[in-house]
Design a protein around this ligand. Structure first.
Ligand code: AMP
Length: 539
């Protein structure tokens, strides 16, 4: 017997059609460089994205070809998210925090000929254009200033009659987007998403046990649109017709809180470092902002300290902790409570929610040790490996790499994790960040979480330092909250109940700020370098 079901190719065009047809009047709010707001709708998005598609086709961009964007989060970038794939081309988002050298490598590796860039980012684009050949640089006038001679004005570029334009027939496995990994070790690698992977990912992240996304939501996308598709939210929000709010270049805690209040945001997404600054702003002026009660905050990209979940709950705000990677489109897991957790005290529930969580439907996880797959007992650690329809099976321009994908087709994430009997995954570390002391592994993430639970600590990162006798020992690099002070002895005493004595750092360095990667994570390679000559106090 054969199935009688239709085989309709999945495509991002369907998401755009659905969003504009059923929710055409829903708003997309973009904060401009001068802090005024540009308000548009899903109907506008469809019209202008198709104009962009028609204009790109007219300019000779071919199906399958990448088109680069160097842009903040705003409605113009949304047009690129849908318009470039609608032309059959590949949206290639560039990380605007990288150096021109790194970006030049990425542009050459991807083979971009056309770049769409915000006017405020033109100086970086000019440096880039001196390093690689770009046939056309299209400038988005976010400030309203005139576009310099020799560059194409985006608004002029899309002034085409798109009424007769027909999107090319798209195979669901055709590429629609690409993004390079952050590359904290070695050169960045290109991950290429398909129409199919993007649609399935949008469906999965919208589920009630994931983001619980609907047309009743107002979503603040703080996660950069150049970082792993802003976690897939531009596509998923369009699919369900959620109102979208974009911060543009204004990522300060007070700016974000202002926007949350003005637009009565129900869901916001960002990395923990953003939420740390927001928490500090709320602690400093608890009644200044009237936020929507019950606002959900999806936090991922790095581990969420348990103390942060409790801290936001005091303001009636709820953190959803997720784990993902550029290679997973990016969401792989999310931590939600099961009915059997209803009876747990708040501390117990926070403990479950601080884990990285359960795999999304269609994503499979396994923990691989030296002797094969490890049991799901909450203690056996090993490399986390993943497989699923939105997990990459390799990298652009790179031959099969057994260091990245196993012979039986699982992605090697480079994360060390364990999974408990209920299926909750917990990241213990990046493979390279684990600390090996006297032959035993110490999780830097666990120590960081515990130290960041201290009321005087703003943030903390733990790295390995060399030790003659023990091989490595943990060093905690700590930033105190403004106006607060704390000593090494107080911190050691504070975390003592949660660790074996040999796991507790004897070494603490107090600094004003921690170095960060271009996506806001602690830059541990730099810390290891900065503290290479540190003399450990451990005997
Ligand atoms: P990126 O591709 O830049 O998003 O980085 C992916 C990596 O970020 C993962 O392999 C993890 O090491 C880390 N990561 C992402 N989410 C989390 C999380 N919730 N907890 C701990 N690490 C995370």
């Amino acid at each position: 017997m054969r199935s009688t079901m239709q085989k309709v190719p999945l495509s991002t065009n369907h998401l755009l059609e659905r969003g504009s047809r059923y929710f055409g009047a829903r708003e997309i709010v973009s904060r401009l460089p001068d802090k005024t707001c540009r308000r548009s709708t899903y109907a506008d998005l469809r019209r202008r994205a198709l104009q962009l598609a028609a204009a790109l086709a007219k300019a000779g961009v071919r199906p399958g070809e990448p088109v680069a964007t160097l842009m903040w989060n705003h409605a113009w970038h949304m047009e690129a998210y849908f318009g470039i794939p609608a032309a059959g081309a590949v949206l290639h988002t560039l990380n605007l925090r990288l150096s021109a050298d790194d970006l030049a490598f990425i542009l050459a590796d991807a083979g971009d000929r056309v770049l769409i860039v915000d006017d405020v980012l033109l100086p970086l684009a000019d440096r880039l254009a001196a390093l690689v050949h770009l046939e056309q640089v299209i400038v988005v006038p976010t400030t309203g200033a005139a576009v310099p001679a020799g560059r194409t004005d985006y608004e002029r570029f899309i002034e085409v009659d798109a009424s007769a334009y027909r999107c090319p027939e798209l195979d669901e496995d055709a590429p629609c987007g690409m993004c390079y990994t952050s590359g904290t070790t070695g050169r960045p690698r290109g991950v290429v998403y398909s129409h199919r992977s993007t649609v399935l990912h949008s469906l999965a992240i919208s589920l009630p046990d994931c983001l619980d996304l609907s047309c009743h939501d107002t979503v603040l996308a703080v996660t950069p649109m150049f970082h792993a598709n802003s976690w897939g939210v531009p596509y998923a929000a369009t699919m369900v017709g959620a109102k979208l709010v974009f911060p543009g270049p204004h990522l300060g805690a007070e700016d974000l809180l202002d926007q949350m209040e003005q637009e009565q945001v129900t869901l916001a997404l960002g990395v923990p470092t953003i939420w740390m600054t927001i928490q500090q702003a709320l602690d400093a002026a608890p009644s200044r902002w009237r936020l929507r009660r019950g606002m959900r905050m999806m936090v991922g990209g790095a581990a969420v300290p348990q103390a942060m979940i409790a801290a936001f709950e005091r303001y009636g705000l709820s953190i959803k902790h997720g784990w993902g990677m550029t290679e997973l489109s990016p969401v792989g897991t999310l931590s939600w409570l099961k009915p059997e957790h209803d009876g747990l005290a708040p501390g117990g529930q926070h403990n479950v929610r601080a884990r990285q969580g359960l795999a999304l439907p269609l994503v499979e996880l396994r923990i691989m040790g030296e002797d094969g797959p490890q049991p799901w007992d909450g203690a056996s650690m090993g490399e986390l490996q993943a497989r699923g329809p939105w997990v990459t099976g390799g990298y652009h321009n790179q031959p099969d790499d057994p260091d990245k994908v196993t012979a039986d087709g699982w992605l090697r994430t480079g994360d060390v994790a364990c999974i408990d009997g209920e299926g909750y995954m917990r990241i213990c570390d990046r493979t390279k960040d684990l600390i090996k002391s006297g032959g035993e592994w110490i999780s830097s993430v666990d120590l960081e979480n515990a130290i960041m639970g201290h009321p005087a600590v703003a943030e903390a990162a733990v790295v390995a330092i060399r030790h003659e006798k023990w091989g490595e020992r943990p060093l905690a690099v700590v930033v105190a909250k403004p106006g607060a002070s704390v000593t090494a002895e107080e911190l050691a005493r504070f975390i003592e109940p949660h660790f074996a004595p040999w796991q507790i750092p004897d070494d603490y360095a107090f600094v004003d700020a921690l170095p960060r990667t271009s996506t806001g994570k602690f830059l541990k390679t730099r810390l290891r370098e900065d503290f290479r000559d540190w003399q450990s106090k451990t005997r």
